[in-house]
Design a protein around this ligand. Structure first.
Ligand SMILES: Nc1nc2c(ncn2[C@@H]2O[C@H](COP(=O)(O)OP(=O)(O)O)[C@@H](O)[C@H]2O)c(=O)[nH]1
Ligand SMILES: [Mg+2]
Length: 228
């Protein structure tokens, strides 16, 4: 059987400081991955750096948000006949080793979606306490609104079978896409598995990451929208 083609979508917004290192780690891990950087209207040196990395580069002329960047990368990869599509952050918080060769469990366990969970590995004291509580609340609301039993609802690490991604599109441009994807998994009855991933909390990532108030906004949005 031919090898599956694995496409990694890397949304990047002002990640010039770390982007080259993140891409280098992914390539060192597995050279056969197709890497797609979506430069989301960055105003730093992200475009210049991305251009020289020898990977697929898609550009939003203005900043549209992480959800829009993922949608752009997914549409492109589906058009290139990807078999497995992985969403992976550009800020160095994720580890390429967590992808697993060839899409890992998506293939070995024959599920539509493998979702990362930081609560299956990272010693929980490393997760900022407020963030931990917000994420815990999110799991309860998610169970209530979608019926999905997920330990980490807002983890950006996901691996999809291409066919699963053809069943829905991401319309939430900004961070609410995380909830939208969960609703789509429930609505389309996609099979899923959570896989342990390590999320690194560096000073850099903490200074740039999503604020707790934004996480709360996302939660309210999820709660009010339900599974529609
Ligand atoms: N914050 C933010 N991140 C974006 C945007 N567009 C793309 N991204 C990328 O989305 C990923 C996750 O963003 P981040 O703010 O670190 O989210 P967090 O890790 O959930 O706190 C990073 O790779 C960003 O570079 C955007 O408009 N805003
Ligand atoms: Mg981050």
């Amino acid at each position: 059987m031919a090898e599956s083609s694995v496409w990694i979508i890397i949304p990047a917004y002002n990640e010039g400081q770390v982007l080259a290192e993140v891409i280098g780690e992914l390539l060192d891990y597995n050279r056969s991955y197709q890497l797609v950087i979506v430069d989301d209207g960055s105003t730093d040196d992200t475009p210049k750096i991305a251009k020289n990395l020898g990977v697929h580069l898609l550009v939003h002329p203005i900043n549209l948000g992480q959800g829009a960047a993922l949608a752009t990368g997914i549409e492109y990869s589906l058009g290139q006949k990807a078999d497995i599509i992985v969403t992976f952050d550009a800020d160095g918080q994720m580890q390429s080793a967590d992808i697993g060769s060839r899409g890992g469990v998506v293939i070995s366990e024959e599920v539509d979606v493998a979702r990362g969970s930081r609560f299956l590995t990272t010693p929980s004291e490393k997760i900022p306490p407020i963030k931990k509580n917000v994420l815990k609340l999110a799991t309860i609301l998610t169970k209530f609104t979608t019926g999905l039993k997920i330990t980490d609802t807002h983890n950006g690490f996901r691996a999809f079978r291409a066919e699963a991604l053809r069943k829905f599109t991401i319309t939430q441009n900004r961070m609410a896409h995380a909830s939208e994807i969960l609703s789509a998994i429930a609505r389309n009855k996609l099979t899923y598995r959570e896989v342990p991933v390590t999320i690194r909390y560096t000073e850099y990532s903490k200074s740039k990451g999503q604020s707790v108030s934004n996480a709360l906004n996302i939660l309210f949005e999820l709660f009010s929208r339900g599974t529609k």
